[in-house]
Design a protein around this ligand. Structure first.
Ligand code: SF4
Length: 574
């Protein structure tokens, strides 16, 4: 049986260890830790550099769990590699006994570090989750109350009244999406504020009550559905390895017990705790380690890291280093248009003339200028905008015209996977055009190397939705912080503008970085919006992109320079 997520693997391991039979490869005892086979596997771990997959056959042959044996090796290990989610959570670090004191911490692929910290320390619970959890506890309690000891009974009753308070709060107060709430209001008028949530959380963890409630309720459901002669299909059965709902509730309650000025709540028939100061949880790493290295291919704009992650670190203690790309200079050209019609602001981007004439013509010309065997990948700022463009082109014969020059593949929300079709089409050398979304399935983690992408186009500036509830709260928090520290309104507004620009330009760097994946690769980048000429946007491009900006500006110049670029390449490859 294969488990698809890390969470499911952890749960399956926990299930087996806590089952009657236990896991034959591990026991949580000193005897197991000191038995010759455990020590032998632990020592083998040091014989050469190996990852956990390499240790599996060794563990199998000795009958020892490689994961727990490698944990035994931690105290004397000099180099430890681990997913950075483990590093970033203080509680996980301490449960793994990872001591950062005096160590050098290297965080690779750090471009997503801030988002990862935010998601580790944020939590959301919906009305439906709370209701289901409440119902599950009531059913379990009613069935087993005569067999439960007094401590269990009291804790379950307390847990239920806490859930009821949260349910009533959401039902009573929900007004509009994105509304901020004061966490203290949640318990006003109830006697819940006298309840020790820490104790309840400890009870949930130690008693394994979450698994018991889940297993009982699941069995009831299956029994009921078999009575109805309408058995739950195998695929709809809840996997024994998925997290009990009470764990999700616990995570949320944990956030409730750790309220600080950097947390805020939103609601949308759900309550969300959102971390607003990622620098706070990162502080403990900075304080303990001797030196922290943040490394990544798309770290620009770096100001985002300085202000969000390292605001308290003196500038003389920070060294930044930006390297050139490994490719020779002549393997990359970046074009920024200066054609005023090509401006994709919110007000102008729907213009029929922009979509049907300028944008369409650019793609037709580019499709002809780039050799057919090389694919073109274009990133659009949102699913809605790409859908609008496709719809406009389909209403007349433009879509078919462009499709005749290059086969078009485009991303749609909840659409099928288009990457394999596009890759096959490129491999056949038929001339292919992939229209993708910034922040969509294809903008990160996929290598468009060699012929998969000889031209990458960024259509417009992918600003995030300013009406998103989360961003409203983040901007307000940032402005309030600046005003509180003596800043002016103008400084606050500059900072929030910069915050939005950073999100946008980070997404641009991420997307254009999909092309050119090795030293002999070559491609062109097209930044299709006059606003890219402004210094505030330009300086936030990755250094290697900035260094390759070409001086050709009109669409006509750009296309003829593109032809020259590719004809030089074909001459050189002869
Ligand atoms: S071998 Fe290790 S990781 Fe696998 S189930 Fe047993 S204890 Fe868990």
């Amino acid at each position: 049986m294969k488990w698809k997520t890390l969470e499911a693997i952890n749960d399956a391991c926990a299930d087996l260890r806590h089952s009657k039979e236990g896991c034959m490869f591990y026991q949580n005892t000193n005897e197991w830790r000191h038995c010759p086979d455990t020590l032998a596997l632990r020592d083998m771990i040091f014989s050469e550099i190996q990852d956990i997959e390499d240790l599996v056959p060794l563990g199998k042959s000795l009958g020892i769990c490689p994961y727990y044996a490698s944990r035994e090796a931690l105290p004397i290990a000099e180099v430890v590699t681990l997913p950075y989610q483990y590093l970033l959570s203080e509680s996980t670090r301490s449960s793994l006994q990872i001591n950062l004191e005096n160590s050098i911490v290297i965080i690779d692929e750090a471009h997503n570090l801030i988002e990862t910290i935010n998601s580790i320390y944020s939590s959301q619970i919906s009305l439906e989750d709370l209701k289901n959890c409440h119902k599950g506890i009531v059913t379990y309690f009613n069935k087993f109350k005569s067999r439960l000891n007094p401590g269990n009974r009291v804790n379950l009753l307390k847990l239920n009244s806490l859930l009821m308070t949260l349910i009533q709060f959401i039902v009573k107060n929900f007004k509009k999406i994105g509304q901020e709430i004061d966490p203290n209001d949640m318990f006003t008028g109830s006697n819940i504020d006298t309840l020790n949530i820490h104790k309840l959380l400890r009870y949930i963890k130690v008693s394994k009550i979450a698994y018991k409630i889940d297993t009982y309720n699941q069995a009831l459901k299956e029994e009921e559905s078999s009575k109805n002669e309408n058995p739950i299909k195998e695929t709809h059965k809840k996997s024994v390895s998925s997290q009990p709902l009470l764990f999700k509730v616990s995570q949320f309650l944990y956030c409730l017990t750790n309220l600080t000025s950097e947390g805020q709540f939103l609601k949308n028939y759900s309550i969300k705790y959102m971390l607003l100061e990622p620098s706070k949880p990162f502080e403990s790493i900075l304080n303990q380690a001797k030196c922290v290295v943040l490394a990544g291919g798309t770290m620009e704009p770096m100001s985002e890291f300085l202000s969000n992650l390292l605001p308290e670190v003196p500038s003389e203690d920070i060294t930044t280093l930006s390297c050139n790309h490994v490719i020779p200079k002549e393997n990359l050209q970046t074009y920024i248009t200066n054609q005023p019609e090509l401006e994709f602001t919110f007000e102008k981007r729907m213009s029929p003339s922009l979509v049907n004439n300028h944008l369409f013509q650019f793609f037709v010309d580019l499709s002809k200028a780039v050799p057919k065997k090389g694919g073109i990948v274009a990133f659009f700022p949102s699913y809605q905008y790409l859908a609008h463009v496709i719809q406009c082109w389909k209403q007349n014969d433009r879509f078919a015209t462009l499709n005749n020059v290059r086969k078009i593949f485009y991303e749609a929300k909840d659409g099928d996977d288009i990457l394999s079709g596009y890759s096959d089409s490129v491999a056949e050398g038929r001339g292919s055009l992939l229209l993708a979304i910034v922040g969509g399935k294809l903008s990160e983690g996929i290598n468009f190397q060699d012929d998969l992408c000889r031209a990458v186009v960024m259509v417009g500036l992918p600003f995030p939705n300013i009406f998103s509830g989360e961003l409203i709260v983040k901007r307000k928090h940032l402005a309030a912080k600046i005003m509180k520290s003596g800043g002016t309104e103008e400084e606050a507004s500059r900072a929030t503008k910069e915050f939005m620009e950073n999100i946008c330009m980070k997404a641009v760097n991420q997307s254009v970085g999909r092309a050119i994946r090795h030293a002999n690769d070559y491609a062109n980048i097209y930044l299709l919006d006059v606003r890219y000429n402004r210094p505030n946007f330009r300086k936030k491009l990755s250094r290697w992109v900035q260094d390759s900006i070409n001086s050709e500006h009109t669409t006509h110049q750009v296309i003829s320079s593109t032809r020259k670029f590719f004809s030089m390449r074909s001459l050189n490859s002869r």
